[in-house]
Write a protein that binds this ligand. Structure first.
Ligand code: OFO
Length: 168
C-alpha cells in the first residue's frame, strides 16, 4: 500500500480525535449556559468523532500500519454566543471535508482499497455539514428569543448516543 496516503489517513485519524476534543470543549461552553440539550448533542457529536477516528485506526492496523498519535491543540473555550459556536463547528466540518476529499484525490488511481475505504467518510461529511448548517439557520431565526431557544434545546436533548458504525 502507498505509505504516503496511509500517512494522510493517520493524520486525519488524529484530526478526528481532535474534533472529539473540540466538541467536548463546546459542550462545556453550553453546559455553562445550562443548555442541557445542546450539551447532550455536542457530547454525542464528540462520541461520533471518536468512532470516525476509530474507523481510521482500525483500517491502518488492518493493513499493518502502526498508528502514530500526535499532539492536540487546546480547544477554544469561549464563544460570543451559541450561534458563534455553531458557525465555528460548521467551519471545522468544512475543513474536515476538504481534508477527506484530498485523501480521496491522492488515492484515486493509485490505491483503490484506500479510495474505497475513504468513500464512507465522504458520504458522512454531507450529513455532518448539513447538521451544522441547519442549526445555523435555526439559530439565526431564533435570535434573542429564549423561548424558541429552549424548544430547540429540548429537541437536541433527544439525540441518542451513537452506535459504532461499520466503516469501510
Ligand atoms: Fe468526523 O466528522 Fe466531524 O469532524
Amino acid at each position: 500500500m502507498d505509505n504516503r496516503i496511509l500517512d494522510l489517513i493517520n493524520e486525519q485519524m488524529n484530526f478526528e480525535y481532535e474534533s472529539a476534543y473540540i466538541y467536548k470543549a463546546m459542550a462545556a461552553y453550553t453546559d455553562d449556559l445550562d443548555l442541557d440539550g445542546f450539551t447532550n448533542w455536542l457530547d454525542n457529536q464528540s462520541i461520533e468523532e471518536i468512532y470516525h477516528g476509530e474507523g481510521m485506526k482500525d483500517f491502518l492496523q488492518s493493513v499493518g500500519y502502526k498508528p502514530v498519535y500526535t499532539t492536540m491543540e487546546a480547544p477554544k473555550a469561549e464563544y460570543e454566543n451559541v450561534l458563534d459556536l455553531v458557525k465555528t463547528a460548521f467551519a471545522h466540518e468544512q475543513e474536515v471535508t476538504r481534508r477527506i476529499h484530498n485523501i480521496a484525490k491522492e488515492a484515486n488511481g493509485v490505491d483503490e482499497r484506500i479510495r474505497s475505504f475513504i468513500q464512507w467518510y465522504i458520504d458522512e461529511q454531507v450529513e455532518e455539514e448539513e447538521n451544522f448548517s441547519k442549526l445555523i439557520t435555526r439559530l439565526e431565526r431564533i435570535g434573542d428569543n429564549w423561548g424558541a431557544m429552549y424548544v430547540l434545546d429540548h429537541e437536541l436533548g433527544l439525540r441518542p448516543a451513537p452506535q459504532k458504525p461499520v466503516i469501510g
